[in-house]
Ligand binder design. Structure first.
Ligand code: PMP
Length: 403
């Protein structure tokens, strides 16, 4: 990326100039959450200073203004993910709530006992547990040592009990970008709908839900430069009309009596209660931020950093990378010899490098490799070659301490 563009991007993130243990922060935990640009931070501030009112219900100007801001972001998100209608965009608290919503509502409508959900072996817990809570048996697509799914095994998992395929677009632990277009087409040949967990995808790769032809697509604002506490559940209109509401309360109703309640139209049927309006406004600014740079420019930059970091890591004796699929996203999970990932992470923190350690909410991935966890460095658009160099040299420095 052009250095002046990168500088201007970094200047938009106040936290990047902060000091950690007396050193400049090198933030490499972007798969957990990205930092927020000023436009996002300031939009939330100015919403609460000048526009705060509860939406949809007010007759006064401020409420109308807040409602307009909220609904405009829905249209923005619609364009961002290529949904056919803004009614197909439901605001939630994040990916986790989006998947819980679909799992609970879909199960109520379509589960009948002996229900199976096909997922990959690299799912985040939030795309496993909601389905288990809904009563499903998980049927799991295995992956090879590089982190590539076995699509022949996938084909063999379909049977008369298969109700839905629920798979991640990009693995938060291995970085694998799964061939979801092909996998969606296969599921549809079996007459089975598909939910995509896009938590790790939307900020790093172009997503077009209409071209993908997926039935549900879930993601979080906070992993795409937006605020925490807001996310999206995209659903195909026809399916959203078939499944019942997830939560009951204000806004999701058409008419309530003590005997019988009828529900509001899409998308309000799935948005019970007062939403996090200020955060939705911030999400709109996050979408603008990504679009202002361009997702292709972002992906190219992150891939360059990933390649540099991978080369450096491979040069360290005893370093082992987990997830080496072709075309993977900028997530680098690794171990060094028998050092505990937590020790590596703690020592790196002392040198100002923020990485994540542990199972990354993907315990089945750890079981697959027979390891307790990994150290994970993950990159975003504001990371630099200097960040990668600082990360690698910090690793060199901590190596002797790892025994
Ligand atoms: N799925 C994946 C692939 C993720 O990486 C994450 C966050 N680590 C989630 C789901 C859950 O997202 P959230 O915590 O924002 O709901």
């Amino acid at each position: 990326m052009d250095i002046s563009l990168l500088r201007s991007i970094r200047a938009q993130f106040p936290i990047l100039s902060s000091q950690i243990h007396g050193r400049e922060l090198v933030y490499l935990d972007n798969a957990a959450t990205t930092q927020k640009p000023l436009t996002v931070i300031e939009s939330i501030d100015s919403y609460y200073r000048g526009c705060n009112a509860n939406i949809h219900r007010g007759t006064y100007l401020l409420a109308a203004k807040a409602t307009e801001m909220y609904e405009n972001v829905r249209k923005q998100v619609q364009g961002f993910i290529g949904a056919r209608k803004s009614e197909e965009v439901v605001f939630t608290r994040g990916t986790t709530e989006s998947i819980n919503l679909v799992a609970a509502s879909f199960a109520k409508r379509f589960f009948s006992g002996n229900d199976e959900v096909i997922c990959t072996g690299m799912e985040h817990h939030s795309n496993i547990v909601p389905w288990q809570l809904a009563g499903a048996t998980m049927r799991v697509i295995p992956f090879n040592d590089s982190g590539v799914l076995d699509l022949d095994a996938y084909q063999d998992l379909f049977n008369k009990n298969t109700r839905i395929v629920a798979i991640c677009h990009v693995s938060n632990t291995l970085g694998t970008v799964n061939p979801i277009a092909e996998m969606i087409a296969i599921a549809h040949q079996h007459g089975v709908p598909v939910l995509i967990d896009g938590a790790q995808a939307v900020a790093h790769t172009k997503v077009d839900v209409s071209a993908l032809d997926c039935d549900f697509y879930c993601f979080s604002g906070h992993k795409m430069y937006g605020p925490m506490g807001v996310g999206v559940m995209y659903g195909r209109e026809q399916l959203l009309n078939q499944i019942p509401p997830y939560q009951g309360g204000g806004e999701m109703i058409e008419n309530v009596t003590f005997e019988h309640t009828t529900y509001n139209a899409l998308p309000y049927k799935f948005e019970a209660g007062t939403p996090s309006v200020g955060d939705v406004v911030g999400l709109g600014k996050a979408v603008e931020f990504i679009q202002s740079i361009g997702i292709d420019t972002i992906a190219k930059h992150e891939n360059h950093l990933l390649e540099t970091a991978t080369r450096g890591l491979n040069a360290i004796p005893d370093a082992k990378i987990f997830g080496t699929a072709d075309g993977k996203a900028a997530v680098l999970s690794f171990l060094i010899g028998s050092a505990h990932p937590y020790d590596v992470g703690t020592l790196l923190d002392q040198l100002g490098i923020a990485v994540r350690t542990g199972h990354h909410c993907t315990q089945p991935v750890m079981d697959r490799y027979g390891i307790p966890g990994t150290v994970r460095a993950s990159f975003a658009v504001y990371n630099t070659e200097e960040d990668v160099a600082a990360f690698l040299s910090a690793l060199e420095r901590v190596l002797p301490m790892l025994g």
